[in-house]
Design a protein around this ligand. Sequence first.
Ligand code: GLV
Ligand code: MN
Ligand code: MN
Length: 402
Amino acid sequence: MGFAGLWESLLPLGRDPETGGYRRYSFTPADAACRRWFEAAAAERGLPAGCDRNGNLFARWQGPSGTALVIGSHLDSVPDGGAYDGALGVVSGFAAIDLLRARGFAPARPVVVAAFCEEEGARFGTACLGSRLLTGAADPEAARELRDADGVTLAEAMNTAGLDPAGIGPDEDLLSGFGVFVELHIEQGSALDGLGAAVGIAEGIWPHGRWRLEFTGRADHAGTTRLADRRDPMLPYAATVLAARQAAAGRGALATLGKVTAEPGGANAISSLVRAWLDARAPEEAALRGVVAEVEATARRTAADHRVEFGIRQESFIPPVNFDRVLRARVASVIGAHGKPAPVLATGAGHDAGVLAARLPTAMLFVRNPSGVSHSPAEHATMADCEAGVAALATVIEELAG
Ligand code: GLV
Ligand code: MN
Ligand code: MN
């Protein structure tokens, strides 16, 4: 089957009919449907497949010997995410195998298609949780206790999905069988469009992280409480949103407060608690730390001004990633066109490739996104570019597993 048929078969799963966005949250029915889709895609190709102890899926094209070339990405989404982020890499992995088989290519080493679990951290707050647990970058004890917005722990959610949370954590046996990882992903900006290239390569990933901020005030009546008597957590929260923008702008960084909850959430009441999440990214770690320090300082100062308590907790942090230079040059040269290597781009977006890069040579391919938009239903790639991505991935497999 070509790319298009496989792509179409995944498209309806987890899509919200109202928004057209995807809600593929880990260990939910939508996630189970995606997992069944992965297993069916593997079975149709006669590739043995399974789930590791951390909820990551793998399908294996057997080769005579050696460590595996791992390709793939993730199937989970952000709230109302686009169709391509993650899914494109998994579908392209299977489609590249189809293409190579049609050409009569037999790999000299195993080729494994991967779908890593909870990459977005949309349900439990920690990005790249599946790959971080696998590589030992996340503590399994703490991970089991992570809670979603309804207070359900990761352990409970895994149990509900028929997976055993007792087994999560580093898996050196599995990792030792992996020799190289190549993640294909939609570009989450419009650089390739500007360069007129369908496919590019990642140079590295900016350091980035997430911080949870809590402003605790006192619930009270909106119509009777004098301004001077209020302990309104919304006020320091509002100052913090503006401070994040300013702190980022001054450092060539990015800072976003994209999620906020207010309790009890009455339109005619002062909130008792405002929780907000800061996502910050920067080209250098020092700039990132500077942004977070400045945001925290403003939050503390303005909270004190309004007699509001303030707390901050780092939920995840990924240090800067520079992908393997030798591998990058090799991949750029084989997929380049007209004698020129493929363009190389830095990105502020996080990926499992960034986690795996700490343990094995890793590369990333990006596919052009003319909308330039991601983490939104407007995310888009043309069918021709998706097919160019599959062809590039197949070329990389021939190079690294030939
Ligand atoms: C993942 O897409 C991230 O960059 O947050
Ligand atoms: Mn994403
Ligand atoms: Mn992604």
